[in-house]
Ligand binder design. Structure first.
Ligand SMILES: [Zn+2]
Length: 153
């Protein structure tokens, strides 16, 4: 998973930067849906390889791990005291509905982040979900293509 992330960032971080207009200045991972002690496994995996300072967040306990709706108050983030613009790079290991990621991105913007870019490593798809079949058909061949840019229209 780390290799996949580093390959993607090597090849496509410039594409993300074009979209946001700035290189990321800070890194944050989407907090896990299941509470666990210590740092998020993705944060541990990435370590200091991206050489970006971290932003942390606190979680509103009102929303459970199985909640799949956007909540503007799900997360709270505190940006660095510096007045320099914050361009946040959000890393998410798995995208299911996007509710957690979008809620975190919202919290970052509310806290004052100038831009928020999200890089998702994996996508959870239920093959029995009829609308998901179109997505599964689209990625059937090739199964995975690291040269295809997620920032393409
Ligand atoms: Zn690209």
């Amino acid at each position: 998973m780390l290799a996949l992330l580093l390959l993607f960032l090597r090849d496509h971080l410039p594409c993300v930067t074009v979209r946001t207009g700035a290189s990321p200045t800070h890194l944050i991972t989407v907090p896990s849906a299941r509470s666990r002690a210590g740092a998020h496994p993705l944060a541990n995996l990435v370590g200091d390889r991206l050489r970006l300072p971290r932003i942390t967040s606190t979680i509103n306990p009102s929303y459970g791990p199985d909640d799949h709706d956007f909540h503007a108050d799900w997360f709270t983030t505190v940006l660095p005291a510096s007045r320099a613009p914050v361009h946040a790079l959000v890393l998410e290991d798995t995208w299911t509905t996007g509710a957690r990621t979008q809620s975190l991105a919202h919290a970052l913007k509310v806290a004052g982040a100038t831009t928020v870019a999200v890089v998702v490593l994996g996508r959870h798809v239920d093959p029995n979900n009829v609308p998901a079949r179109q997505l599964l058909n689209a990625v059937a061949s090739p199964v995975f293509n690291t040269t295809r840019c997620a920032a393409e229209d």
